[in-house]
Design a protein around this ligand. Structure first.
Ligand code: SAH
Length: 387
């Protein structure tokens, strides 16, 4: 039987040679043999040289996610994955202070040369997402690594894209976890929460909010689990208001504030942020955080998303008190840093106020980006001073 493989069209090897991890259907001449979804297939140039290996997905435009560039004479067994896991962990050891922070991203898919695999650690619990067929081939090594090297007693796997279904790979429980981030305590729900339960990518940016909050009246819009609210309070904000459209989210936010503070000037609002920003008076807040969900998950929705970002930023510019600070973010993959800045500039021009950029923000170092995979740079933010 012929071993299956993917052969590229003439001249289409460039992206693979440049180590881009996604192989699009348009580059493929043919798939030889009886390849099934999730198989690990070698990727051959038109001349027959092996360029790399990837997880095959006949149903997606990204026909293969490449995890290994170049030829490989061994087999992709547990030892192969364990070496990759160890390399990713070494990076975390150098960027995370495990005394102060027990919630962090251990494996960041393409950013750790592990396409399709996301793993967040919350103390002794790990939350795993597999986003490519075939990714389950990594699971035996993953369970061993998380158990032996990280000390995980429970491992939860979120199965589908909608994140509704999941199963415990180890140590079944309710999914409620408590962990530390920069010395502060947080609660998250790895079973029912969004993504893996908590947005760990904002850790460094939350720390920036702590540094800038003293004496400020802070509005944390799109507050979800209240990460920014807790840091603002820890930074001695005069008051903190957390706003989210979901009552479930504001409940978690309240719980996280109570985990850290006995007495705190904290107000919770369950409302639509677009409406709230429009209606609120202009002398309420001198620090506003806008960290909305991805308005654009697909390239076709970029225009609508751009309008959404412009609207909330414009309202914030119009309503923030003089000398106010705006922390504004976008996690939409299809809105890159340059476009986001243009949208925010547009809002600033319309608001007619003097605005300075104090800092450009990004995802934390435990969410690394493969330099050949610009699509991995998804979180962008600005700290703006509004006169
Ligand atoms: N800033 C958060 C993450 C935000 S996730 C953090 O640091 O963890 C996005 C949140 O926006 C979700 O909780 C969702 O319920 C909320 N949301 C979505 N649309 C909204 C709207 N129109 N108004 C207010 N909140 C909204």
């Amino acid at each position: 039987m012929v071993r299956s493989y993917i052969q590229l069209k003439k001249g289409k090897e460039r992206a693979v040679l440049l180590r881009h991890p996604w192989l699009f259907s348009g580059a493929i001449q043919h798939v030889k043999g009886k390849a099934r979804s999730g198989d690990i297939l070698p990727i051959l140039s038109e001349k027959g040289e092996i360029l790399g290996y990837g997880f095959y997905n006949p149903d997606a435009q990204i026909r293969a996610k490449i995890f290994h560039t170049g030829a490989y004479s061994g087999i992709f067994d547990d030892d192969y994955w364990l070496t990759k896991f160890q390399n990713a962990f070494e990076v975390r050891k150098s960027v995370i202070d495990f005394e102060q922070t027990t919630g962090y991203r251990l494996f960041h898919a393409e950013g750790d040369f592990l396409p399709g695999l996301i793993t967040d650690v919350y103390g002794k619990t790990a939350s795993v997402q597999l986003r490519t067929p075939g990714g389950e081939q990594m699971l035996p090594a993953l369970i061993a690594f998380l158990s032996k090297k990280i000390g995980c007693e429970s491992i939860y796997l979120k199965k589908d894209k909608e994140e509704k279904n999941g199963e415990w790979l180890k140590g079944e429980n309710t999914g409620e976890v408590i962990f530390k981030e920069n010395g502060l305590s947080f609660y998250a729900d790895v079973v029912n929460g969004q993504k893996t339960g908590f947005f760990l990518d904002q850790r460094d940016n939350r720390e920036k909010v702590r540094l800038h909050s003293e004496g400020k009246t802070v509005l944390n819009a799109f507050s979800y689990t209240g990460g920014f609210s807790v840091y603002a309070a820890a930074g001695k904000a005069k008051s903190v208001t957390s706003l989210d459209i979901s009552a479930g989210a504001t409940e978690i936010c309240k719980r996280n504030m109570e985990l850290n503070f006995v007495e705190i000037n904290h107000k919770i609002i369950t409302a639509d942020c677009f409406h709230y920003l429009k209606e609120m008076p202009s002398d309420w807040y001198d620090c506003i955080i806008l960290d909305p969900p991805a308005f654009s998950k697909h390239i076709s929705t970029v225009d609508n998303a751009a309008r959404g970002y412009k609207e909330i930023n414009l309202k914030a510019f119009q309503k923030i008190m003089p000398k106010g600070l705006l922390f504004t973010f976008s996690c939409s993959q299809h809105i890159d840093r340059v476009l986001f800045q243009k949208i925010v500039f547009g809002a600033a021009a319309d608001a007619g106020r003097n605005i300075r950029i104090l800092a450009h923000l990004s995802q934390g170092a435990d969410h690394p980006t493969d330099i050949c995979h610009r699509e991995g740079e998804y979180l962008k933010g600005l700290i703006l001073s509004v006169e």
